[in-house]
Design a protein around this ligand. Structure first.
Ligand SMILES: Cc1ncc(COP(=O)(O)O)c(C=O)c1O
Length: 398
């Protein structure tokens, strides 16, 4: 049977990582991976997460299935982290949360819900967007089209082009918005711009579908949830795919949530039942471990404040690396002004150099970034920054 199986190429991002692993260059540097790394190049477990996990395991007496929608404590507390207490209380049964295997699981479950209620739905995504949005959401049956977002010339969001593009989306379509820390560009909207975008979304009667995988990595936990909270207070229906991979460092535990807000209790219960049915048809029952940890942590004040201060350190480390990179590049060469790097948010940004220069960095110096010029800011360190600045300046000054 499998002689008919076609060998597929690796995923572009995961494939580049494999090429990096095989590169014999002892000075190689990987700026392409999608995980946070500390100054030692490690992806550590948050201390508060480790403590929550130990307590959880010590108190656990069964590995029987968790409820199909996931650990109720996780669902309740992740809703509060995302939306804030006031909104959660106002929404009551108009809000439903289902634990999913990571943010990707949440994206997929929401895509299945959308296809079940509107089989001809078109989902509009930003140009560019996270590469995995296309295979993940299209394979669920959604048609994807793009709206204008980032301008490589401006090194920023082309806001006028974005608004014009949104105005042209047919009424009733769905729009995918990165809640914060846009991947891959790192270019976010400010609150005033969000307001204008949400006004258009409301006016065009589009369904806002938020993907939030970096809450706390941009400006802060509440600040990063601004757009989602604002959308919910303005519009009757909003869906959110949430990931705990980055902000709780739970990557391999596959922890996320599909969050649905509908106009009334009936619609919310029906939408939730569609998600549970989609889950039953694929992985059947909810994962537990990561959600159990998050639910336990967020219900313990001391662990929560310890986690928040660890998250603050992660964010401020990335901010200072970003500023140091921009300043270092501006000092080392004069061909390009890299001030825009310091404005970006989250783990990723575009370096904005030529594709040939990306390939030269890889082949000559073993410095790996995606061809789009996306770099993982957390792949920078106090140690490798001078080398990176020197090599990037070298290739752009040739
Ligand atoms: C924009 C975006 N959405 C969703 C995800 C999903 O992450 P996970 O499935 O690992 O939780 C990621 C992870 O890189 C992401 O960058």
């Amino acid at each position: 049977m499998f002689e008919h199986a076609q060998q597929l190429p690796p995923d572009p991002i995961l494939g580049l990582n494999q090429t990096f692993q095989k590169d014999p260059n002892p000075d190689k540097i990987n700026l392409s991976v999608g995980v946070y790394q500390n100054a030692q190049g490690q992806t550590p477990i948050f201390t508060a997460v480790k403590k929550a996990e130990s307590e959880l395991l010590a108190a656990q007496h069964t590995k029987s299935y968790a409820p199909q929608a996931g650990d109720p404590q996780f669902n309740e507390s992740i809703g509060r982290l995302l939306l804030g207490d006031t909104l959660v209380e106002q929404l009551g049964d108009r809000l439903a949360t289902v634990m999913t295997p990571g943010g990707c699981g949440a994206l997929r479950m929401i895509a299945e819900l959308l296809v079940s209620v509107r089989p001809t739905a078109t989902l509009w995504v930003s140009t560019p967007t996270w590469a995995n949005h296309f295979p993940l959401l299209q394979s669920a049956g959604l048609t994807l089209k793009e709206y204008a977002y980032y301008s490589p010339e401006l090194h920023a969001v082309d806001f006028d082009a974005m608004k014009a593009s949104l105005m042209a989306i047919p009424q009733g379509d769905i729009i995918l918005l990165h809640g914060c820390c846009h991947n891959p560009t790192g270019a976010d909207l400010n609150p005033q711009q969000w307001q204008e975008v949400l006004d258009i979304v409301k006016q065009r009667e589009l369904l806002p579908f938020f993907d939030i995988a970096y809450q706390g990595f941009g400006d802060g936990l509440n600040e990063d949830a601004f757009a989602i909270r604002e959308a919910i207070s303005m519009m009757p229906e909003v869906v959110v795919a949430n990931s705990c991979s980055k902000n709780f460092g739970l990557y391999r535990e596959r922890t996320g949530a599909a969050v649905v807000v509908c106009e009334n209790e009936r619609d919310t219960a029906a939408a939730k039942s569609q998600i549970l049915s989609a889950a039953r048809r694929s992985y059947s029952m909810s994962p537990y471990h990561g959600g159990g940890i998050v639910g336990h942590l967020l219900n313990d004040q001391a662990l929560t404040s310890e986690w928040k201060s660890e998250l603050d350190q992660v964010r401020s480390r990335m901010n200072s690396l970003r500023v140091n990179l921009a300043e270092g590049l501006n000092t080392a060469q004069s061909a390009v002004n890299f001030d825009f790097l310091a404005q970006s948010k989250g783990m990723f940004c575009f370096l904005g150099i030529e594709k040939e220069q990306v390939l030269t960095l890889r082949s000559e110096f073993g410095i790996y970034l995606l061809e789009s010029t996306r770099i993982n800011v957390a792949g920078l360190s106090e140690q490798n920054l001078p080398v990176i600045i020197e090599r990037v300046s070298d290739v752009i000054s040739r």
